[in-house]
Design a protein around this ligand. Sequence first.
Ligand SMILES: NC(=O)c1ccc[n+]([C@@H]2O[C@H](COP(=O)([O-])OP(=O)(O)OC[C@H]3O[C@@H](n4cnc5c(N)ncnc54)[C@H](OP(=O)(O)O)[C@@H]3O)[C@@H](O)[C@H]2O)c1
Length: 275
Amino acid sequence: MTAPILETPKLRIPRIGLGTWQLRGAEATAAVAGAISLGYRHIDTASMYGNEEAVGAGIAGSGVKREDIFLTTKVWWTELAPDALRASAEASLKRLATPYADLILIHWPAKGMDLSAALTALAQLKSDGLARAVGVSNFPPGLLKQALDLSIAPIAALQVECHVYLWQEKLAALCRANDLAMTAYSPIAKAQVNDDPVMQAIARRHGATPVQVAIAWLMAQQNLVAIPKSGRAEGQKDNLAAASMALTAGDLAEIAALPKDRRLVNPDFAPDWAA
Ligand SMILES: NC(=O)c1ccc[n+]([C@@H]2O[C@H](COP(=O)([O-])OP(=O)(O)OC[C@H]3O[C@@H](n4cnc5c(N)ncnc54)[C@H](OP(=O)(O)O)[C@@H]3O)[C@@H](O)[C@H]2O)c1
């Protein structure tokens, strides 16, 4: 089984990818190779995860050709000055043992950053072939709009926290209007959905799990991609299978009624989310 593909004018990206945050070393290598053998063709990592070598080894050992895998990595917010951004991307590719990433993202905006300079360096990664596409992560709506309006880098994707308890319509609308893929991180709310009676009831009706319902809900949204992390084959298999689940209008209405303002990832360097 493989995930459906989201095709935009800027990107072709499998709608389910494997998140790898907190997977390290041999566990990360085995999780990545295992996921690929189950049908995953999209892997998400970052320089900050400290697992790029292990992820690269998982891809190399999977037996699937590099060009058939969609690989994302990210540049940390302390490395956004042009030379630092370039050096970070080059170091990531070296660790991943690949000449290019399919998508390189600015991981977080930095307070007081020189946005134009960072976007210029990001655009250069694409024109020099280090990245097939570029994008940003954790940008609030005002900053994303500013970055798009500058038209310096061909921003193809936005990666943000998104799940049944957090919906950011301003960002989603910007993504739809500008043909950006919107990649949902922490898409199953770090498995908290499993304890939710509403999600449990919907899951029972489908003979599925609440986690699968959470992923199916994301798949019902336009331009959405989800990158659930599971280090277990069973979890990976369930998460991939959820892409072909169809929720009813009634299910969608019940999920719409859940709170949509519960943010789980909010470090002290996070931007003003309302900006
Ligand atoms: N751009 C950013 O700033 C940013 C921030 C956070 C995350 N991310 C990316 O998004 C990915 C996913 O987010 P996340 O790791 O925060 O959270 P998540 O994917 O919402 O949840 C992961 C948790 O759910 C469990 N799980 C996964 N599948 C399951 C299943 N089918 N049934 C039961 N439990 C299941 C996992 O445990 P097991 O491993 O034991 O299955 C893990 O504890 C990250 O790995 C990373 O790649 C990006």
